[in-house]
Design a protein around this ligand. Structure first.
Ligand code: N01
Length: 545
């Protein structure tokens, strides 16, 4: 995949890290401000998460028509999704289409992983370096590094001794992988594994699913998109766009649990189960805040699992029982539970027989060895903070981001971090991020940051930095919002529970009205941010010399 890179621009207004949906749009907006840009991405091309996650069955769990940029009417008119939930190749093609149309690729150096970003207090600029030896000075550093971009492989004894092939869903090879007739072990039962197991089982000789914790999954009910689907979408589009702008799109629209009779509750679950998709969590207005409502919604799914899976012992092992439904990211599948009715699929319940080691020939649990020729790790990511903490980021006074976030991520609005001037995070912790439509959230952050940078230019402000008190108040608000929900009751990656030693902090903001809060902050001349006026250019030149 190695490719020639365009020459690196050593002095720019902004460095953009990441060429996913956030980074691509960021470049477009910065260009409109007349800024010079150097972008970097460790990948060989654009697409971010969709560049890396090429595993069998990878597809979106938000309807494609909504998992689309809204900033370009031309793209909206020119692009046509083929399915309700687009598969990875189509989403990647979409990212490439947008990048070509707006000539965005040339802003990026690919296969170039940023290794450090260091703030120079005198020059008031960031120095960004990469693993290719690049060194760029920039006034702004914008991290579009994604929330699920650092894969996590478990550290199982004997892992290196395995003589077959190993894969991680989050770093899938670019060459076609065939499991035809092969014995495959899949470790994990999160969204990635659930999507890939269903697909791999169609051709594999045998699939062993190594499940530690059962997860809730609902059917996607994917289907081709027809002309009438598009017509209906365009009809409701103005209202949808308004909801996006107001930040109310995707907010649960159902009635509260207690306002419905038991029959009505059931009818509602059935209706949403039949429609398919993560919208199931919108069955009741209080599904994610009221444990009784949540139990009812969870019981309904457990009932469905018992109905679908023919072997009662397997069905029992698949029943999620340790977290409220939705408190871990709900999985959206295409025939996952039915896959366990196939003769070539075996569920290995790790609660009964934990994995002891990977052997040269397979996976050994406490009870037996499962010989496999390939192992697929669907073991997740160091979410939300991993990509940032993997770099050496040094802010004011040489203070590192790792020190600043020792007890968990702290941000102001998920956009900036006190002590890290002119440094922005797109969909960072402390914003709705992974609990929202990621494309819409990327767009909102990019719009907000671009408007902010334009405002700084117009007002002669050189440095913007989150005020520590404003940040503390925001962190408290994020925590208070989470505490009113059932989210903290699950050992999820939202809370860092999947990474040993990671501070247990609920990272996304779930308090609502986020966009209006951000807009209000901007309208009040960036309330909660410290602003430093430009020094005259001669002083700056002297400082840099
Ligand atoms: O990762 P996960 P993922 N031994 O962390 C298991 C997004 N996404 O890649 O729960 C055995 O959810 C672990 O078990 P446990 C989506 O937001 C979106 O699947 O820790 N098992 C769990 O079952 C999603 O939430 C789409 O006990 C081990 C699994 O690995 C996020 O990405 C598609 C283990 C990890 O599940 C992450 O999903 C795919 C061990 N040592 C992903 N270590 C869309 O549809 C870990 N596990 C858009």
């Amino acid at each position: 995949m190695s490719q020639d890179r365009a020459p690196i621009v050593a002095e720019v207004d902004a460095v953009v890290v990441g060429a996913g949906f956030g980074g691509l749009y960021m470049v477009h907006r910065l260009r409109k401000l007349g800024m010079s840009i150097q972008g970097f991405d460790a990948a060989g091309g654009v697409g971010g998460t969709w560049y890396w996650n090429r595993y069998p069955g990878a597809r979106c769990d938000i309807p494609s028509l909504f998992y689309s940029y809204t900033w370009s009417p031309e793209v909206q008119q020119a692009w046509r999704w083929s399915e309700k939930y687009a598969a990875q190749p189509e989403i990647l093609a979409y990212a490439e289409f947008v990048a070509e149309k707006y000539d965005l690729k040339r802003a990026f150096a690919f296969e170039s992983k940023v290794s450090s970003a260091v703030w120079d207090e005198v020059a008031r600029r960031w120095t960004v370096t990469t693993d290719r030896g690049d060194r760029v000075n920039a006034r702004f550093c914008i991290m579009a590094t994604g929330c699920l971009s650092v894969p996590r492989a478990p550290d199982l004894p004997g892992q290196d001794s395995f003589e077959g092939e190993t894969f991680h869903t989050g770093r899938w090879p670019h060459e076609p992988v065939s499991f035809e007739g092969r014995r495959v072990g899949v470790i994990g039962t999160g969204s990635s594994a659930i999507q890939s197991i269903t697909e791999i089982a169609k051709t594999a000789g045998h699939v062993f699913v190594f499940q530690r914790t059962p997860n809730f999954s609902v059917p996607a009910r994917n289907a081709p998109l027809r002309d009438e689907d598009y017509s209906a979408f365009w009809e409701q589009y103005p209202a949808y766009r308004q909801m996006v702008l107001e930040g109310t799109a995707g907010i649960a629209g159902g009635s509260p649990f207690r306002s419905l009779t038991a029959e009505q509750q059931r009818a509602r679950f059935e209706e949403l189960w039949n429609i398919g998709g993560a919208g199931y969590l919108g069955a009741l207005a209080d599904l994610l805040t009221n444990p009784v409502a949540n139990d009812a919604a969870a019981d309904f799914v457990r009932e469905k699992i018992r109905e679908i899976v023919k072997d009662p012992e397997v069905a029992e092992a698949l029943l999620p029982d340790d977290h409220p439904i939705g408190a871990k990211r709900i999985c959206v599948d295409t025939g996952y539970y039915d896959t366990f009715n196939r003769d070539n699929v075996t569920l290995v319940n790790l609660r009964k027989e934990p994995i002891e080691a990977i052997t040269p020939a397979g996976v050994r649990t406490r009870d037996q060895e499962y010989p496999v020729e390939a192992i697929v790790f669907g073991t997740g990511f160091d979410a939300m903070t991993g990509a940032l903490l993997n770099l050496d980021i040094l802010g004011r006074g040489g203070f590192t981001l790792a020190e600043a976030w020792r007890e968990g991520p702290r941000t102001y609005l998920g956009l900036q971090i006190a002590g890290f001037p002119n440094f922005f995070t797109i969909t960072g912790p402390g914003s709705p991020s992974v609990l929202s439509n990621m494309i819409s959230s990327c767009e909102q952050h990019v719009d907000w940051i671009s408007d902010c940078l334009g405002w700084l230019q117009d007002n002669g402000v050189e440095v913007i930095e989150a005020d520590p008190q404003a940040q503390e108040d925001w962190v408290e608000k994020v925590n208070e919002a989470a505490d009113k929900t059932l989210f903290p009751r699950a050992n999820s990656w939202y809370i860092g529970a999947n990474i040993p030693g990671k501070p247990r902090v609920f990272m996304p903001y779930v308090g609502g009205h986020y966009r209006s809060i951000c807009n209000q902050v901007a309208a009040e001349s960036y309330r909660g941010f410290r602003l430093s006026k430009s020094r005259d250019s001669a002083t700056q030149r002297a400082a840099r010399a």
